[in-house]
Design a protein around this ligand. Structure first.
Ligand code: ADP
Ligand code: MG
Length: 480
């Protein structure tokens, strides 16, 4: 039997507002526990929430970016449940009237085709606090710094069909929210977390199978592993004559496995009702249009522009725009170099290699965009050759200074003086008389190889500094 997976994601994106969604407390990550929780976040009696308009503006930006419908009237509801990190006893969320509904985004499949994924809704809500189980012996600490942090929960239709598609979707969402600047997207700090709903069905069957939900997965890699593992677990169950139970599961990255958290029988009844302390959000078309007119360039628009403006291939442009920071880096550098293809090759090649090796994001690169631009300019204007450029980059990476300083200090200037190169070529020809004899008797193919060998010898004799094109031209001329 052939099986097909059905996956829908609920993604929580932490919005990059300075203060919380219903209070004035700061949202900065990593502060001492309970130093960023005010009376509202602590749920002191009589405290009233006040809506942070910035969160609404960000939700609208997102909605416009995914071509969604923006509700001009949205309502906050109380989602009631008990947990120690939720002192109010309810979370403020949006149930029937979310700010954003019915959008879509395109993902690229492995075979290069595009697939459109529909987004059911995106609603605003507040985050809960955090239980600290490991910090106090025999006790649990409660940190309410995160309580009230604004979240945008983005819910997809069950249209994803594999773990890889789910990751492609999540990466696309990540790039949209970071391009928009509405979230820092830092998954290691919980700025983007994902609940994965997974079911399987025999290929060709229309009805969905029973689904499970894996809670709070916080990296692209874990999403792929957790979903893949869950698909296999469900298929094994059914093929073994058992049934999939509708339940919530937890992913354990250490074991690379999921385990049950709660089953449907114990599922919460949240007794949602409109929050009487908050007015509905009412916005008008002028408000929405004002936001639309200020939307930044999005990944797909940037990709199209990189192809047309810089003449880059779809592939190169696609890699460069995969993160806004990388795209910006490329643009700053290429403006200095005046050669987009050369710049793209170095950003995606030598620079990316070093960043990967050191697990650094391009925003943390020890060589800034201007620095790489100035280096590549020296390659482009023939001051140095490709080999020397790599050495200079290495030195710049190690903090030895700017490109021009390093070229000077290390004496890496390319020799382009015809007289000097002729002298080197003469010496090489004299020292390789046997190859020269072979050359005279050889056919075209063999000649090519001998020339390459002799060019190599000449470059070596110049300590890597001779201009390779010139060496080759002079050699060819002398040999003929
Ligand atoms: P709930 O309100 O119980 O969380 P929803 O209907 O809002 O359920 O769906 C939550 C998520 O689960 C959505 O992303 C949706 O696409 C996905 N989903 C719904 N049914 C299935 C299914 N049978 N298999 C996989 N995913 C599903
Ligand atoms: Mg759910």
């Amino acid at each position: 039997m052939e099986w097909e997976a059905v996956i829908g994601l609920e993604v929580h994106v932490q919005l990059a507002t300075k203060s919380k969604i219903f209070s004035g407390a700061a949202t900065t990550f990593g502060a001492e526990p309970n130093t960023q929780a005010c009376a509202v976040d602590l749920a002191m009696p009589g405290m009233l929430p006040v809506m942070n308009e910035e969160a609404v503006r960000m939700a609208v930006m997102f909605g416009l970016a995914i071509g969604a419908e923006i509700n001009t009237r949205s309502v906050f509801d109380r989602k009631n449940y008990f947990y120690p990190d939720l002192p109010k006893g309810y979370q403020i969320s949006q149930l029937d009237h979310p700010t954003v509904k019915q959008g879509k985004l395109d993902i690229q499949l492995e075979n290069g085709e595009k697939k459109t994924i529909n987004i059911t809704r995106a609603h605003l809500e507040e985050d809960a606090g955090k239980s600290l189980h490991e910090d106090f012996h025999g006790m649990t600490g409660i940190d309410l710094n995160r309580a009230g942090t604004p979240l945008l929960e983005i819910v997809s239709e069950p249209e994803l069909r594999s773990a890889k598609e789910a990751v492609a979707y999540l990466k696309k969402l990540h790039s949209i929210v970071t391009y928009l600047g509405i979230s820092d997207g830092d998954m290691s700090q919980g700025s983007m977390r994902c609940d994965c709903n997974v079911s399987v069905r025999p290929k060709g069957q229309k009805e969905f199978g029973v689904r499970t939900e894996i809670k709070n997965v916080n990296s692209f890699r874990f999403v792929e592993k957790a979903i893949q593992g869950e698909i296999e677990r469900q298929i094994d169950l059914i093929e073994g004559g058992l049934k999939v139970e509708q339940e919530t599961r937890l992913y354990d990255a250490d074991d690379d496995d999921t385990r049950p958290m709660r089953s449907k029988e114990f599922a919460n009844d949240y007794r949602y009702f409109p929050d009487p302390d908050l007015l509905p959000i009412e916005i008008d078309d002028a408000y929405i249009e004002a936001i639309r007119s200020k939307l930044p360039e999005l990944p797909e628009q940037k990709l199209a522009r990189f192809c047309s403006e810089y003449g880059l291939s779809d592939y190169d442009a696609g890699v460069l725009v995969s993160s806004r920071a990388q795209a910006d880096y490329f643009e700053v550098a290429t403006r200095i170099v005046g050669d987009a293809k050369l710049t793209a090759n170095w950003v995606m090649g030598e620079l990316a290699k070093r960043l990967n090796q050191n697990s650094l994001d391009i925003s943390q690169s020890p060589v800034p965009a201007e620095g790489l631009g100035k280096l590549l300019l020296r390659l482009k204007d023939n001051t140095i050759n490709g080999k020397a450029a790599k050495d200079v980059l290495e030195a710049m990476w190690n903090g030895e200074g700017e490109a021009d300083e390093i070229i000077e200090k290390k004496g890496l200037k390319q020799v382009s003086d015809t007289g000097a190169i002729e002298a080197i070529v003469d010496e090489v020809l004299a020292n390789n008389a046997a190859q020269v004899e072979q050359y005279k008797a050889a056919d075209e193919a063999k000649r090519g190889k001998l020339i390459s060998f002799l060019v190599g010898q000449a470059i070596k004799a110049s300590k890597g500094k001779a201009n390779p094109q010139q060496v080759k031209a002079i050699l060819a001329q002398k040999l003929s």
